[in-house]
Design a protein around this ligand. Structure first.
Ligand code: NCD
Length: 343
């Protein structure tokens, strides 16, 4: 195992299973019942050159909940990259200041290039339309937790991935990660022009999974276990694409009616978030809010234990996590959201 987390390509099934178990060990800390200080004295560089809420804050919170501290920078404006500094120089400099780096960058491949100049662990927090491996890991962790609750197994499960499958880095990493397990049935539905890249479909098919592409959600899908919806990534459109895609039809929206008519009470709905909740947006409908099948906030919560697990593994402190753990002393509400159900 290299000391970086750049792409799902470098992960073996055994390593992924190990991270899943490790994330499970992080639950008492993520749920705020226990405190650990295993990374006391360590410093994280959290560098985000693209918009982020969940990834940036949850990496920050995960490192802090292991007892470490965090330095961060957001956007190019306030970093020396705005003065023409290269990824190489920035990386070498950061390596002298911090013990691990999380980097999000608009260019595919930029995080791997950054990682070449430093020996401190680098985590890809999203490189343009490329990959987002920690999101895929927390997505798989969510699927495993939800399936355990529902008495389901990953083998033979049916996944629907929908939305902008061309530019969505979360689905690129997720489909690769899922392909290590199974065999699975994966149905892909995206507006024309936003299909999953061919090489990813070929990879998954070559590993023995059944992949089908459909042009709309107005179909019979049989038994779906997981619906994974994604936002249309308009910011990655070329000018020409923006004109063509001005009005994506309502046929691609997952809402309560779709779930009631085409799915079962045990189908779960995921989304890496953010979803576009503005009126008229072509994204996961808000009419599912409060429905226990909507797993999106449980999924976002899972970012903490999984990112704690990634840090503990890359910084090699796994064996010390529970040592000297203490009870939490501050007020912790019984659920984190007002709509949360105890499942
Ligand atoms: C996504 C991202 O940035 O790739 N969000 C996330 O990290 N959870 C998805 C998106 O922006 O649509």
């Amino acid at each position: 195992m290299s000391s970086h987390l750049l792409s799902v390509d470098s992960l073996s099934r055994d390593y992924v299973e190990h991270l899943m178990q490790l994330a499970g060990r992080m639950e008492p800390f993520a749920q705020r019942r226990k405190v650990t200080r295993v990374l006391e004295g360590a410093v994280l560089g959290n560098l985000f050159f693209e918009a982020s809420t969940r990834t940036r804050i949850s990496f920050h919170a995960a490192f802090s909940r292991l007892g470490g501290s965090v330095c961060d920078t957001t956007g190019f404006t306030f970093s020396s990259m705005a003065k023409g500094e290269s990824l190489y120089d920035t990386s070498r400099v950061m390596g002298g200041y911090v013990d691990a780096v999380v980097l999000r960058h608009p260019d595919q491949g930029a995080v791997a290039e950054f990682a070449e100049a430093t020996r401190v662990p680098v985590i890809n927090g999203g490189d343009g339309p490329g990959e987002h491996p920690s999101q895929a890991l927390l997505d798989l962790y969510t699927i495993e937790k939800e399936f355990a609750r529902l008495g389901k197994r990953l083998e033979g499960a049916h996944f629907l991935l929908t939305g902008d499958l061309k530019h969505g880095r979360t689905v690129h990493s997720l489909i690769k990660l899922l392909s290590l397990f199974g065999p699975l049935r994966i149905t892909l539905v995206s507006p024309p022009g936003l299909e999953m890249p061919r090489h990813l479909i070929d990879l998954v098919t070559s590993r023995g999974h059944r992949v089908e592409q459909r042009e709309s959600l107005a179909n019979d899908f049989g038994d779906l276990d997981v619906i994974y919806t994604t936002r249309i990534q308009k910011e990655r459109f070329t000018d020409e694409m923006s004109e063509t895609f001005a009005g994506i039809s309502q046929d691609f929206i997952v809402d309560r009616a779709f779930l009631d008519q085409r799915c079962s009470p045990t189908t779960i709905v995921m989304h890496p978030l953010p979803r576009d909740s503005r009126p008229g947006a072509n994204d996961l409908n808000v009419d599912l809010n409060g429905d226990p099948r909507l797993a999106i906030f449980r999924q976002a919560d899972n970012g903490i234990p999984m990112r704690m697990a990634i840090f503990a593994n890359l910084l090699q402190v796994e064996e010390y996590i529970e040592r000297d753990a203490q009870d939490v002393r501050w007020f912790v509400p019984p659920t984190f959201g007002v709509d949360d159900r105890t499942l």
